[in-house]
Design a protein around this ligand. Sequence first.
Ligand SMILES: [Zn+2]
Ligand SMILES: [Zn+2]
Length: 104
Amino acid sequence: MQYVQKCPVDSRIIDTTFPALACPVCRTSFCMFPCVESLAAKNKKCPTCKEFEMRKLSEILQSVRYLAKLEELKAKGDVTNMVYGKLKREYEERNRDAIQRIYG
Ligand SMILES: [Zn+2]
Ligand SMILES: [Zn+2]
């Protein structure tokens, strides 16, 4: 049986259809938007372990947001393929670095 995890903030079932982020201390998963985002913005600690400062996940949130924005611009034809490719690599690298630093 698969273990079902719910976001402790809004009880949404965590699956692969939307981005989620786990607390590196207690491994509880939260919906990236809006739950992690709003906890980070309010400078709150993880509501489960009350140890991890959620704003430390801001870097990951930001690179994910940039990537989504970039896809939007690409869909509208507002960026050239070259610029798109360059920015995508840059944001993905930033995202990987942040993940490595936080979870690595
Ligand atoms: Zn949530
Ligand atoms: Zn936690």
